[in-house]
Design a protein around this ligand. Structure first.
Ligand code: CP
Length: 305
């Protein structure tokens, strides 16, 4: 039995297999609509979510399965002090697979060590978000047809942005990748990621505070929200929240085939004027997340179509 806590638990070959399954689901949805009949997904969300929870639930329904759900910590016995370990043991009695989001880094790992069913990390604090990375990878694949040789700009809150941490780990495994890390000084990528991933693997990267100066170099621009919920000080959040706002004018010097991604929700980081630009891929990214979560559920439940 396998869980998914960190994107690096999936080999590059397994990512390719998940993309192939997602592409087959897109092309032949009817083939998959009963494959998880009588299987139950439990969504345990101890933090707010729109996309991740609902896409997991839509994914399970489209596979013919069922969903039981805990949409908030306050509506569960976690509010009475029940531990993550006990919760995982209990939910293992009701469901076949768990998707868990938690504000504490490592909580889904603890759940996976105590559950008797697969656990999927649906976002743990400012740490990791592997299924968002699966959505990102399918979108990059569908737009670029490759992963090698891309220059990827990450812009915004690179300190707390768990989607950034997981996508850097995943993309660092491909050849000729170059990262441009665009953030205010206070929200730079954590040094453990630079040291353990970028420097260890000899990956080329540049840190800057200036988005416009690097725009012409980018194949992918990954915008992120400043993560208000991770700040200890409201004043710092207010000062930093609008550090970067992508507008149509700022895209004038960008490549014609730039792919603009954002894990969403957005606050101000991308003006709605950018949405009509064919390079804006963030709503396709949402849909791709559902297909990759379908593919992942099939893999972890060892269900064949
Ligand atoms: N991208 C993402 O994780 O969105 P939600 O917080 O709405 O799930």
């Amino acid at each position: 039995m396998r869980s998914l806590i960190d994107i690096l638990e999936l080999s590059v070959e397994e990512i390719d297999e998940l993309i192939a399954t997602a592409e087959d689901i897109i092309a032949n949805p009817a083939k998959y609509q009963e494959v998880c009949r009588h299987k139950k997904l439990a969504t345990l969300f101890f933090e707010p979510s729109t996309r991740t929870r609902m896409s997991f639930e839509a994914a399970m329904y489209e596979l013919g399965g069922n969903v039981i759900s805990m949409a908030s910590a306050s509506s569960s016995s976690a509010s009475k002090g029940e531990s993550v370990a006990d919760t995982a043991k209990v939910i293992s009695c009701y469901a076949d697979i768990i998707a868990m989001r938690h504000p504490k880094e490592g909580a889904p790992l603890v759940a996976s060590m105590n559950a008797s069913i697969p656990v999927i990390n649906a976002g743990d604090g400012g740490h990791n978000h592997p299924t968002q990375t699966l959505a990102d990878l399918l979108t990059i694949w569908r737009k670029k047809g490759k992963f090698d040789g891309l220059t990827i700009g990450f812009c915004g809150d690179l300190k707390f942005g768990r989607t950034v941490h997981s996508l850097i780990a995943a993309m660092a495994r491909y050849t000729g990748i170059r990262f441009i890390l665009i953030s205010p000084d206070e929200l730079k990528l954590p040094s453990y990621i630079k040291k353990d991933i970028l420097e260890k693997q000899g990956i080329e990267y540049l840190q800057t505070t200036d988005l416009e100066s690097v725009m012409p170099e980018l194949d992918i621009l990954y915008m992120t929200r400043v993560q208000q919920e991770r700040f200890f000080n409201e004043e710092d959040y207010l000062r930093l929240r609008d550090s970067y706002i992508l507008t149509p004018e700022k895209l004038e010097n960008a490549k014609k085939d730039l792919c603009i991604l954002h894990p969403l929700p957005r606050v101000n980081e991308i003006s709605v004027g950018v949405d009509a630009d064919p390079r804006a891929c963030y709503f396709e990214q949402v849909l791709n997340g559902k297909y990759m979560r379908m593919a992942l559920i099939l893999k972890l439940l060892e269900v064949k179509a």
